[in-house]
Design a protein around this ligand. Structure first.
Ligand SMILES: C[S@@+](CC[C@H](N)C(=O)[O-])C[C@H]1O[C@@H](n2cnc3c(N)ncnc32)[C@H](O)[C@@H]1O
Length: 275
């Protein structure tokens, strides 16, 4: 596996404000998934975390598998619009690839605030219809929902699936998060969906506390705040959880997974915005 070398942009054209001196969650996660959109600092932190939990890469893969099942589920319910918040560096099985398999007319807006994730997404999406990327901060729902990029692609008067997968764990204040999710929900039509996956220490099978501690003591520009069941449940206020409710990622609709699963240390839930 090779990664980016911070002395050249390798034609990726990453913007000048990319901080290549500090590890970033998008690029560390990309490293665990076997991608190449990461720098030496990201790989160092990725390896350091893996020393505390050697299954970290399979945890990341379980989350991507969950993403595919959640998107497919929404497609089967007739949803053809997706807003993927904290979408990350493109990898195998991106939202638009799954959605277009179900309905080539599906529309997808990716949102991320990390320059490398955004520039890789722009490259991947060149010439792909009905999909776009917005560089933005998911903590500002009004800005994201009212952006011309979002409005130009999605019709918010019709159902949209909003994905918040493995991203809310980077924010410390649960009350503020609940408010952020509520503001997205308020901007969505009935029949929309909200998907959340979230790191937790409840799953004793993996050392999520060790992962969070290693991030905390690193130079990373982010911290991880694993949450318990009740806090994750509270993020779904005002929506109706789809069966089977909140489960560990590997157990959510696990019947659809081919082959064995691994413990993930990640809670997962999908909920519908009621009439
Ligand atoms: C661990 S990755 C998850 C990627 C993808 N959602 C998935 O589940 O495979 C978290 C992503 O959230 C992005 N992110 C973190 N804070 C953000 C913010 N305030 N606004 C937008 N994106 C953010 C990071 O840049 C990173 O790409």
């Amino acid at each position: 596996m090779t990664g980016l070398d911070e002395s050249h942009d390798h034609g990726y054209g990453f913007p000048g404000d990319t901080d290549v001196g500090l590890p970033n969650p998008a690029r560390v996660y990309d490293y665990w998934l076997g991608g190449s959109a990461n720098f030496a600092v990201d790989r160092e932190l990725g390896d350091h975390i893996a020393e505390s939990e050697p299954r970290i890469a399979s945890m990341a893969r379980e989350n991507r598998s969950l993403l595919r099942r959640m998107v497919a589920h929404c497609c089967r319910q007739g949803v053809d619009q997706f807003l993927d918040l904290g979408s990350g560096v493109p990898t195998i099985g991106n939202v638009h690839e799954i959605a277009h398999r179900h309905d080539p007319d599906s529309r997808v807006v990716y949102v991320d605030n990390e320059p490398v994730a955004v520039s890789h997404s722009e490259l991947l999406l060149e010439g792909v219809d009905k999909v776009t990327i917005l560089r933005g901060d998911l903590n500002d729902p009004a800005e994201v929902l009212n952006s011309p990029v979002t409005r130009g692609m999605l019709d918010l008067n019709r159902p949209v699936a909003v994905l918040l997968l493995c991203v809310l764990q980077y924010f410390p204040d649960t009350d503020r998060l609940r408010d952020t999710v509520a503001r997205y929900r308020a901007g969505l039509a009935p029949g929309s969906y909200i998907a959340i996956s979230h790191l937790t220490t409840d799953d004793g099978a993996v050392n999520t506390s060790g992962v969070a501690e290693r991030i905390q003591h690193s130079r990373a520009n982010h911290q991880a705040y694993p949450r318990g069941y009740e806090d994750v449940l509270s993020l779904f206020e005002g929506t109706r959880l789809v069966e089977p409710g909140i489960r560990y990622a590997q157990d959510w609709h696990h019947g659809e997974i081919a082959g064995p699963t691994e413990p993930s240390g990640i809670y997962a839930g999908l909920a519908r915005v009621p009439e």
